[in-house]
Design a protein around this ligand. Structure first.
Ligand SMILES: [Zn+2]
Ligand SMILES: [Zn+2]
Length: 356
């Protein structure tokens, strides 16, 4: 993969226009193009770097403003022949494909065999970057370049991964770059998850996007997501969410579980540790009712404040052949060793109707 060069020899003359034939053999393997958002940075530039700005729409969505950009050195970019397709290690890629790009931070990138399994794809995303091909240009076989828009993994955002970001989530952006085609390491399909469509399947086993990121706005560049529940926050599709049959509000499993724990405390006349703590945070039962992926909570029975929790709650999904035909919450009494369990019906946190 690594193509070492001795001296990248850049073409010296800037007097010739793009019409002059360029000998790509004189272009070193370490050579790279640069993309500048337009207007270009305020510094003295070579004559041939002054390009006309181009507008690039994001092929995935019109929700992000097109980037106005210019490429330098322009004459080489213009000289390179344009293609619809390119082939790396016998795999053919096309314009608009979503590609995986080697992440140089991980060295060497662990080899994960291509698999349809969700966990493998999630594993894959840990070690690769994701981009969409916008333009393929080649000077010759050794000089193939791709102009791409990056799709951010949540952990690569300026604000980092948020609680609502799913494992399989990527975020289209208007961050553009020109990369060497040799850094491409496979392709994936992604789907758009339309959160406003209540009938749309909640993504669980494929890579999806719903949010967009305007990189020019930095930390404030992330688009708004649909808010749910009494807590008015977005949903993480890795965690269950239940819709009230009466008022149609979607409720987070975590919030329903917290409410169930609270009620159990009230019933026993015990003080609920989740409220009115000294620092004013809801830190009582969150830590023990919080779900891990796979919903195997390793409960220590101890809250983050150090108090011993009396109850824990877990949302139980209806199973066609099981005991439960509707969503229930299993409340476990942690005070004795047996862990007495109670299945309770769910009440909406907004309208108080029973959910069936
Ligand atoms: Zn909530
Ligand atoms: Zn309701």
């Amino acid at each position: 993969m690594s193509r070492k060069s001795k001296t990248p020899s850049r073409r010296q003359s800037t007097e010739d226009g793009p019409s002059t034939k360029i000998d790509w053999n004189t272009i070193g393997p370490d050579f790279s193009f640069e993309v500048h958002p337009y207007p270009p940075p305020n510094r003295k530039r070579k004559r041939d770097d002054l390009t006309e700005p181009q507008a690039q729409e994001n092929p995935l969505t019109k929700k992000i403003e097109p980037m106005l950009y210019c490429v330098s050195p322009q004459h080489l970019w213009e000289d390179a022949k344009r293609y619809r397709k390119f082939t790396i290690a016998r795999e053919t890629f096309e314009v608009n494909d979503i590609i995986l790009v080697q992440n140089e931070e991980d060295d060497p990138a662990p080899q994960v065999k291509s698999s349809k399994k969700a966990s493998s794809v999630a594993e894959f995303l840990k070690n690769k970057w994701v981009a969409q091909v916008l333009d393929v240009r080649a000077g010759d076989e050794q000089h193939v370049y791709l102009r791409v828009y990056w799709l951010f993994r949540p952990e690569d955002l300026p604000i980092g991964r948020q609680p609502y970001h799913g494992t399989m989530e990527v975020i289209p952006s208007n961050e553009m770059q020109i990369i060497d085609a040799m850094t491409v390491d496979g392709k994936i399909t992604i789907k758009h998850w339309d959160e406003d469509d209540d009938d749309a399947d909640c993504p669980s086993d494929y890579v999806y996007w719903r949010q967009v990121f305007d990189t020019r706005k930095g930390k404030t560049g992330l688009s708004e997501l649909r808010k749910h529940c009494v807590c008015e926050s977005p949903a993480n599709p890795d965690n269950p969410i239940v819709q009230c049959t009466s008022c149609k509000t979607w409720l987070h499993a975590e919030c329903l579980e917290e409410e169930a724990v609270k009620r159990a405390y009230e019933k026993e006349g015990a003080e609920y540790p989740g409220e009115a703590t000294t620092n004013g945070e809801m830190n009582g039962t969150k830590s023990i009712t919080k779900k891990k992926r796979g919903r195997k909570s390793k409960s220590t029975g101890r809250s983050s404040t150090g108090q011993v929790a009396l109850f824990k709650a877990e949302l139980v999904s209806p199973s066609p052949d099981g005991d439960e035909t509707t969503w229930k919450i299993r409340v476990t009494d942690l005070r004795d060793g047996d862990g007495e369990e109670n299945m309770i019906n769910i009440r909406c946190l907004i309208c108080d109707a029973e959910i069936d």
